[in-house]
Design a protein around this ligand. Structure first.
Ligand code: BMP
Length: 213
């Protein structure tokens, strides 16, 4: 069930209100390749929101799972049950936890965080990101998360993960450029605030897509 790059845009749905989430999801139907749902929306609205948004397109549950294998498995089972098409997990917990996630994913996509986009990632994550990416490849993940804020790192990580998918957050509000991110080798850009906080989210998404042409 690997995500297919069509528009290459994934919208991060970090708003808290169900009505707003459903409105944005409906507005962007067909313009985005996936909806990424993180804890804020699920903690505010419940897991049903995953099922509701999945009616508009593939949903990736960005739960950045980082736990022992048994707990990780239980979380992924809930993601699958809700009808998501993918889940995001951490690599640093080890191969056993990642393997448990992939097994429990039962064919839905599993993306592994290789390197995060925020400045704080330079302290601990960036120095070990190449190893994380290699482990993601070894374990059979669908793809990795790499920073749009550091496009040169996307190019370096691309060499390690070969043809795995690369999903890159950090475009817009965090300063990354959509075009530079795709040119560096990412398959998808992940954009949140620049779209859902815009007066007209559809126009904002359109503007981003135009910049990729
Ligand atoms: P925004 O475009 O508003 O900065 O949102 C980016 C989204 O991607 C958020 O949901 C954030 O949690 C996620 N994200 C990120 O920004 N950097 C990472 O390294 C990994 C992420 O999942």
């Amino acid at each position: 069930m690997t995500l297919t790059p069509r528009t290459r845009l994934i919208v991060a749905m970090d708003m808290l209100e169900r009505e707003k989430a459903l409105k944005v999801a409906a507005n962007l139907e067909g313009m985005v390749d996936a909806y990424k749902i993180n804890y804020p929306l699920v903690l505010s609205c419940g897991m049903e929101i995953v099922t509701e948004i999945a009616k508009f397109g593939p949903v990736i549950c960005d739960f950045k799972i980082a736990d022992i294998d048994n707990t990780s498995r239980l979380i992924v089972e809930q993601v699958v049950k809700a009808g998501a098409s993918g889940v995001i997990i951490h690599a640093f917990v080890g191969m056993d936890s990642m393997e448990a996630c992939i097994k429990a994913a039962d064919g839905i996509d599993v993306y592994v965080v290789a390197e995060m986009s925020h400045p704080g990632a330079k302290w601990f994550i960036k120095p070990v990101a190449d190893v994380m990416a290699r482990r993601a490849f070894d374990v059979g993940a669908t793809g990795i998360i790499a920073p749009a804020t550091r496009p040169e790192r996307i190019s370096q990580l691309r060499v390690i993960v070969e043809d795995l998918l690369i999903l890159s957050p950090g475009v817009g509000a965090q300063g990354g450029s959509a075009k530079a991110t795709i040119d560096a080798g990412a398959d998808f850009i992940i954009v949140g605030r620049s779209i859902y906080n815009a007066e007209d989210p559809k126009a904002a998404a359109m503007e981003i897509l135009k910049s990729l042409e």
